[in-house]
Write a protein that binds this ligand. Structure first.
Ligand code: KIV
Length: 296
């Protein structure tokens, strides 16, 4: 039974809540949502963070990777999600190219997410080498979520989507990245596609809440892509994805049933049709009868 169902009002999740949850060892939950209806359902399910991820480039827009999605597209989806979210923390993903040139660019684009779309926190990929830029954004009163490990915007540099931190040098780099983000003051950090052991070490080392995706059980929270857990990706799932529903089956089945009903004239039924009021019907019949009589 949820707290809201027994009349206890649900608390608004803020960046402070994330820190409290880490301190109290309460798991943090995060799901992606890119539009009003899905964001509303995710929010109402009690999820802590709604992430308007740049994964929408693939899941919503049909691109091969996340690289081509634009600021305007991300803002459009963030605004839609904003209208559906009441209690969760609304996180917007800064797309490729929106912060890579310099800190001024990062600041300008992060500000757009807050002012034009109502985001409460922005997410920036990269660790050590982005720490100064992230500090600038935080200094401008915009909370930042870090994102390290398998960072999809670096796909061309990584040579594919590969688990990171498998070598000793890789582990050391990840530790440096995590510590740099921790010192920069991020509100949380996403750990993606890294060995469980490394995620556990980072989580124990930093005061920042860690949120894992393909990073094992020891993180302070977990994030998944809504389309992955609903079988809406048209591709075999990654190892860490757990399917909680089959929206592909639901949508196909509904579309096929509608098509069959229209073809067999089973849709719409009488109960699904509007009718003229009795007086209008009577008046119409009089007019038609008069026209008929004049023709004779
Ligand atoms: O864009 C996204 O959906 C993400 C998550 C995978 C963390 O960055």
């Amino acid at each position: 039974m949820s707290l809201t169902s027994i009349g206890v009002p649900r608390q608004k999740i803020t960046v402070a809540t994330l820190r409290e949850k880490k301190a109290q060892s309460q798991p943090i939950t995060c799901l992606t949502a890119y539009d009003y209806s899905s964001a509303r359902l995710v929010d109402e399910a009690g999820i802590d963070i709604v992430l308007v991820g740049d994964s929408l480039a693939m899941t919503m827009l049909g691109h091969e990777d996340t690289l081509s999605v634009t600021m305007d597209e991300m803002l459009h989806h963030t605004r839609a999600a904003r209208r559906g979210v009441k209690h969760a923390l609304l996180m917007a993903d800064m797309p490729f190219g929106s912060y890579h040139a310099d800190a001024n660019d990062a600041l300008r684009n992060a500000t757009r997410f807050v002012k034009e779309a109502g985001a409460e926190i922005v997410k920036i990929e990269g660790g050590e080498k982005r720490a100064d830029l992230i500090r600038r954004v935080i200094d401008a009163e915009i909370p930042v979520a870090g994102h390290i490990g398998l960072t999809p915007q670096s796909v061309n540099v990584m040579g594919g989507y590969k688990v990171q931190g498998k070598s000793l040098a890789g582990v050391e780099q990840l530790m440096r990245d995590a510590v740099a983000l921790d010192r920069a003051g991020v509100a949380c950090m996403i750990l993606e596609g890294i060995p469980r052991e490394v995620a556990a070490m980072i989580t124990a080392e930093v005061k920042t809440p860690t949120i894992g995706i393909g990073a094992g059980l020891d993180c302070d929270g977990q994030v998944l892509v809504l389309h992955d857990i609903l079988n809406l990706t048209f591709a075999p799932p990654a190892k860490f994805v757990r399917r909680y529903g089959d929206a592909a089956e639901l949508i196909s089945h509904a579309a096929q049933a509608f098509r069959a009903d229209v073809h067999s004239r089973q849709y719409p039924a009488e109960s699904e049709s509007y009718h003229l009021p009795r007086e209008t019907q009577a008046a119409l019949e009089t007019v038609l009868a008069r026209k008929q009589a004049m023709k004779r």
